[in-house]
Write a protein that binds this ligand. Structure first.
Ligand SMILES: Cc1cc2nc3c(=O)[nH]c(=O)nc-3n(C[C@H](O)[C@H](O)[C@H](O)COP(=O)(O)OP(=O)(O)OC[C@H]3O[C@@H](n4cnc5c(N)ncnc54)[C@H](O)[C@@H]3O)c2cc1C
Length: 290
């Protein structure tokens, strides 16, 4: 690994100032689960590493406007275990619990995962379904953007090099909602071959008012299968509708063949996991599933 300067700012303002001062020569360090691997292999050679560990409040998970606000350096283990997240955004807790191994979940952070923008990451499909908005700081100013705009493509985000992701904001869920996150992987601690998040909202008669489907590891960035969502609205989410939704979600998939599976296999798994995740989300919304 190349030599680098390690700095530990005491505030978000100071971190932003350092980022502005050093531009592309600097990198924020959150859990280091991706950054340190890239530095060790020489893919990334920052001259200045800006640790986010000392930033007060950036790890907090709190209620906000009836929904939730998660600090960017909240670790995956905290997100998975938080009673607030489990009550208000169970889909996010379920996805976070399936990341890597316990050791990875103790170090990796929600903000680091989003900033890394790995197309196979587990949190983006869940956050897409939850309509997350991300707060990004730059030289004292904060802008907020939807997660779908933040995730631009293959390891690419909408952040400039002098910007810092500070908070992930989730609106309150509607009553009558149920959700599920399903991940296909080759072995227990692997990244997803394909993963799907589903969220449905039922009315008092059990009719689908809204359906959201987030698909990961099947494209350059996680995506919402909007065509599939449309066909589910107004239905009772029967087997035929879920099958059709799976087929439509698959149509959007453009996976690459890699060590985790062939493109055709991944496309087929998008169809299967979408139908299964929707079925599980529906059972939970009806109060009949776990
Ligand atoms: C063996 C292994 C298995 C894994 N398995 C999974 C898995 O199954 N599912 C999954 O989703 N992920 C998995 N991961 C990824 C891991 O969970 C982390 O989410 C990911 O590595 C990045 O988070 P981090 O906090 O470690 O970020 P870091 O490695 O510290 O940073 C990653 C990148 O984001 C930038 N960055 C970090 N925080 C910010 C911020 N707040 N603002 C702006 N830029 C920022 C850094 O500069 C760097 O470029 C795995 C990782 C490893 C090593």
């Amino acid at each position: 690994m190349e030599n680098f300067r390690y700095v530990r700012p005491g505030s978000i303002e100071e971190a932003c100032r350092l980022l502005r001062e050093h531009g592309e020569r600097a990198r924020p360090l959150a859990g280091g689960q991706s950054l340190l691997i890239l530095m060790k292999s020489g893919v990334v050679r920052p001259e200045v590493v800006i640790s986010l560990r000392g930033l007060a409040g950036l790890r907090a998970i709190r209620e906000a406007d009836g929904g939730l606000a998660l600090g960017a350096t909240a670790i995956h283990a905290s997100v998975a275990a938080s009673s607030l997240v489990r009550a208000r955004a169970p889909l996010l807790a379920e996805a976070a619990a399936q990341i890597g191994s316990p050791a990875i979940r103790q170090m990796g952070t929600i903000g680091g995962s989003l900033s890394q923008a790995d197309p196979a990451a587990d949190l983006p499909p869940a956050l897409l379904c939850l309509d997350a908005r991300l707060a990004v700081a730059k030289a004292g100013a904060i802008r907020e953007l939807p997660v779908a705009e933040f995730l631009r493509g293959y390891y690419e985000t909408a952040m400039d090099p002098d910007e810092l992701l500070t908070e992930i904001r989730l609106p309150a869920l509607a009553g009558g909602s149920g959700s599920a996150f399903l991940k296909l992987r080759r072995q227990a601690t692997d990244m997803a071959t394909v993963c799907v998040a589903a969220l449905v909202v039922l009315d008092a008669q059990g009719v689908c008012r809204e359906a959201r489907i987030g698909v990961g590891a099947a494209s350059a960035a996680a995506y919402r299968a909007t065509e599939a969502e449309v066909v589910l609205r107004g239905t009772r989410l029967g087997a035929a509708e879920l099958e059709e939704a799976g087929r439509l979600a698959q149509q959007r998939a453009e996976p690459a063949t890699d060590h985790r599976g062939g493109a055709e296999y991944k496309r087929a798994m998008v169809r299967v996991l979408t139908a299964r995740a929707l079925a599980q989300a529906t059972e939970r919304a009806r109060g009949t599933g776990r």
